[in-house]
Design a binder for this molecule. Structure first.
Ligand SMILES: Nc1ncnc2c1ncn2[C@@H]1O[C@H](COP(=O)(O)OP(=O)(O)OP(=O)(O)O)[C@@H](O)[C@H]1O
Ligand SMILES: [Mg+2]
Length: 338
């Protein structure tokens, strides 16, 4: 079986014209992609994460045959996106972040019938497919299948866009920020469906998002892209492990006893990156910053130090690096603090 998505050295430049005074314009070239390579597997949700302007949508458009690369190439479901664009289009379902192209005066079902016919579906097969995808995305159960598109909420529009992408039963799904701006219920529905389509039906899903929580929840692997360059690829766990050495771990606990005494004892007994003790109603909250890998040892020592004073610890929280930390560590936006 051919690979799901394979991008090799994709380069894309956009040419824009800058105004210089009243009559003069200067040609400016923006290098949106500077050699993007990655491959995704069948049955996997692959996330493309990056800050605004990183090149996510440009990548998605090239893979969907909506844009031609200037250099490099890509294959989707085994077909070349430049020379076999028609085959690629038959194999993919696409949801772009800025959704256009639905008819406002038609219902969701009528819209899908129209797009199904463009895909060559007719008669009973068309009706069955349309009903199936309306059920799948939950528009049927919301009672929205036969409402006019102009009455749709953002969540319903997003669901209909996904329904349209699924009409012809594609093996590859390419979704550009499919949950952007959605309420938690709609977003969750779409995430669950995306995971099911990949894991249970062995489709390949490429999803772009800024939402680290979402990526961590549903992506089997992610690529972090910044300024047109892939900075890292791996499972969320692998990427977190990679940066763990540079991201401190925070231990927070609530203790009983005198805050002043506790702080003094902890400072004397521990070697840590940072320590603060804040009095609260019936004791204190301590916050200790430690190097990764040292959290268990430090916590055990803290407990021992406090036990000597007869103080007990009530609740402990240990925060390990998140995918967001990886993102901040690897992207320029994170480095500049913007
Ligand atoms: N049609 C265009 N003409 C000129 N420049 C463009 C065009 N489309 C995108 N760009 C530029 O290319 C770069 C990558 O844009 P792209 O839309 O791929 O980023 P993105 O990662 O999808 O960002 P976002 O998170 O904001 O959607 C940006 O610098 C953007 O300004
Ligand atoms: Mg985009």
């Amino acid at each position: 079986m051919p690979g799901a998505i394979e991008a090799r050295g994709l380069v894309k430049r956009y040419v824009t014209w800058e105004r210089r005074g009243l009559f003069r314009r200067r040609r400016r070239s923006v290098e949106a992609l500077r050699g993007v390579s990655f491959s995704t597997r069948w049955g996997e949700v692959f996330g493309l994460l990056g800050p605004n302007g990183a090149g996510k949508t440009t990548t998605v458009k090239i893979l969907s045959t909506l844009l031609l690369p200037d250099e490099g190439g890509a294959r989707v479901a085994g077909y070349d996106v430049v020379t076999e664009a028609v085959m690629v289009r038959d194999s993919i379902g696409v949801v772009l972040s800025v959704e256009r192209g639905f008819f406002w005066k038609l219902t969701g079902r009528e819209n899908l019938r129209y797009f199904g016919m463009l895909r060559g579906l007719r008669g009973r097969e068309l009706e069955e497919r349309v009903s199936r995808v309306l059920r799948l995305v939950g528009l049927e159960e919301l009672g929205a299948a036969d409402k006019l598109y102009e009455e749709y909420s953002l969540g319903m529009k997003a669901r209909l866009a996904l329904a349209r992408a699924l009409l012809h039963d594609p093996r590859v799904l390419i979704l550009d920020e499919p949950t952007l701006g959605l309420d938690p219920v709609s977003a969750r529905r779409i995430r669950e469906l995306v995971v099911r389509l990949a894991h249970e039906e062995q489709r390949a899903v490429l999803i772009t998002t800024h939402n680290m929580f979402e990526a961590e929840m549903i992506c089997d692997r992610v690529a972090i892209i910044d300024e047109g360059v892939i900075k890292a690829i791996g499972s969320p766990e692998e990427l977190k492990a990679k940066i763990a050495h540079s991201v401190p771990i925070v231990i927070r606990f609530r203790g009983e006893g005198g805050p002043g005494e506790a702080e003094k004892a902890l400072r004397a007994g521990l070697e840590v990156l940072g320590l603060s003790v804040r009095p609260v109603e019936d004791g204190y909250v301590a916050r200790i910053l430690v190097r990764s890998g040292e959290d268990e040892e430090v916590l055990a020592r803290a407990i021992a130090v406090l036990a000597k004073l007869g103080f007990s610890i009530r609740s402990v929280e240990v925060s390990k690096p998140s995918l967001e930390d990886v993102f901040v560590a690897l992207t320029t936006r994170g480095k500049s603090g913007a």
